[in-house]
Design a binder for this molecule. Structure first.
Ligand code: NAP
Length: 497
């Protein structure tokens, strides 16, 4: 494809479609064939400034601040309907950008509207309280008010799902938003902005500024008119965002990386647990923050489990992510592809035993894409880098344990705490493990279940704050306390009331 044949996008700022002020575009590549298919505006600091200015103007004047919460909710539900209408098309755009399976992305995109329905429904149910204070002749009540301009920054693995986690509660609460998607997967955010426009949101309520994180992203997070940064991405970027936000006293929500343990006890239903292990690591080619990348196996079932796992993993079909029969797609970006292969070398050097894969895929069905063979390392110990660091690819580390106590110790002995899986038929064990695991989400006899209704977020270095669930809207609100005197005269002004 020549440059002129590529789909050329504009940014969406203040309700208008605009070229970047840099007059520069980035190529967006298809991970399946390694070829560019679209041109994404390379926004710069000036673009960030005008996006924040548009969001600030929409927050302070025009139709949005005067709109009641019920009407805001109706707009969100209309947006949900439009995403539902276009789910297949948006899923295909995301597959072209991030190479994840059409099966996965089409299920995701059909589910995304639920966030707009749920938080749209919550918009007019944010209630303050009347406080029965200890003061005589005083009426005191609280209001929950929006924060102002929210910057939402997303990772490349599930672009519009991660967008919904942030935009739905932020808009329901009455904020305005500047969305900065990953440079690798910006097309779906720009397609989504067309639906925002069609839904009838006032100009500037939602803006999409694309480009590099270190350029447009950095300018957004450090902008003085931004009240909050809602971020999904790696822990190193998350720390940087937290530090930058601190100097402007901005609020943050951080959804970061993980090294989640998937723990199989000797009393588990092994057939189900094998499916759980596969879904934990090879679904989405391991490019999911909740990847069950450490498989903890009880020593009594270790050998049988590894045999069964290999039997299933060996037959995983790789290839075109748009083919519904494909089970493992490419890695999304060239740097990520190099990173995954590098971790495979590290694991080999550390003495882990590679029992499956362990190299780039060179199958005819993988073409020129960035494919890595599903890889399993056995005999991993928890102090190895392959057990401690997030790979974000189809690489599984198998670690043995002897009893519950040791399983808990190994599971918690990482800097992350995003998710954990437990496979057991024993109810006491299921509940105690759920209590003792340091993770924001624990799954028992299942893996990778999420819902717009259920809180999601990390312990330790996996993040701050929670997305999803009714409380998520609180992350986008601030509380005001209003005092009204009902006394007939103002008392002594020199004494605290
Ligand atoms: P990343 O490199 O941290 O980037 C995330 C986003 O931050 C991108 O949009 C990036 O833009 C932007 N960014 C980078 N530097 C920035 C800066 N200085 N200022 C503002 N924005 C900046 O992460 P990724 O590689 O895209 O995603 C993979 C990571 O996301 C993994 O660690 C994964 O675990 C995590 N993740 C977490 C969750 C969760 O919910 N906990 C969900 C999904 C993924 P550019 O693309 O332009 O660099």
């Amino acid at each position: 494809m020549t440059m002129s044949q590529l789909e050329k996008y504009q940014m969406y700022i203040g309700g208008k479609w605009v070229d970047p002020l840099s007059v520069a575009w980035l190529e967006s590549d298809n991970p399946y064939d390694g070829k560019p298919w679209a041109l994404i505006p390379r926004g710069n600091e000036e673009d960030a400034n005008r996006a924040v200015a548009a969001a600030k103007a929409a927050y302070t004047s025009g139709d949005w601040p005067g709109m009641n919460a019920t009407s805001r909710g109706a707009l969100l539900r209309r947006l949900g309907d439009l995403v539902a209408r276009d789910a297949e098309r948006l899923a295909a755009v995301e597959v072209r950008d991030n190479g994840k399976l059409i099966n996965e992305m089409s299920v995701q995109l059909k589910y995304v509207p639920q966030w707009y329905y749920y938080f749209g429904g919550l918009a007019d149910k944010v209630e303050g309280a009347v406080i029965p204070t200890d003061k005589a002749n005083m009426f005191n009540y609280t209001r929950h008010e929006p924060l102002g301009v929210v910057v939402a920054i997303t990772a490349w693995n599930s672009p519009l799902l991660l967008t919904a986690y942030k935009l739905a509660p932020a808009l329901a609460a009455g904020n305005t938003v500047v969305l900065k998607p990953s440079e690798y997967t910006s097309a779906s955010a720009l397609e989504f902005a067309k639906l925002v426009e069609e839904a009838g949101f006032p100009p500037g309520v939602v803006n999409v500024a694309t480009g590099y994180g270190r350029e447009v992203g950095e300018a957004l997070i450090s902008h003085p008119d931004v009240a909050k940064v809602a971020f999904t991405g790696g822990s190193a970027t998350g720390k940087h965002i937290y530090e930058t936000a601190a100097s402007g006293l901005k609020r943050v929500t951080l959804e970061l990386g993980g090294k989640s343990p998937n723990i199989v006890f000797e009393d588990a239903d092994l057939e189900d647990a094998v499916k759980g292990a596969i879904s934990g690591i090879f679904a989405a080619t391991g490019q999911t923050c909740v990847a069950g990348s450490r498989l903890l196996l009880h020593e009594r079932v270790h050998d049988e489990f590894v045999d069964r796992l290999l039997e299933t993993a060996k037959t995983a079909r790789m290839g075109d992510p748009m083919d519904v029969e494909t089970q493992v797609g490419p890695v999304t970006t060239p740097p990520q592809y190099e990173k995954v292969l590098n971790y495979i070398d590290i694991a080999k050097d550390e003495g882990a035993t590679c029992v499956l894969g362990g190299h780039a895929a060179q199958r005819p069905e993988c073409g020129d894409g960035w494919f890595v063979e599903p890889t399993i390392f056995d005999d991993v110990t928890n102090d190895m880098r392959i057990a401690q660091e997030e790979v974000f690819g189809p690489v599984l580390s198998v670690i043995r344990f002897g009893d519950e106590e040791e399983a808990v110790e190994i599971a918690n002995d990482v800097m992350y705490g995003l998710a954990a899986g437990v496979w057991t038929q024993n109810v006491r064990r299921a509940i105690t493990m759920a209590d003792r695991l340091q993770a924001g989400t624990v799954w028992v006899n299942t893996y990778r279940a999420i819902s717009f209704m259920s809180p999601f977020g990390g312990y330790k270095m996996s993040g701050l704050g929670r997305e999803n669930g009714a409380d998520a809207i609180r992350e986008y609100l601030q509380t005001k306390s209003v005092w009204i005197s009902t006394a007939s005269e103002v008392p002594n002004p020199f004494v605290l009331r």
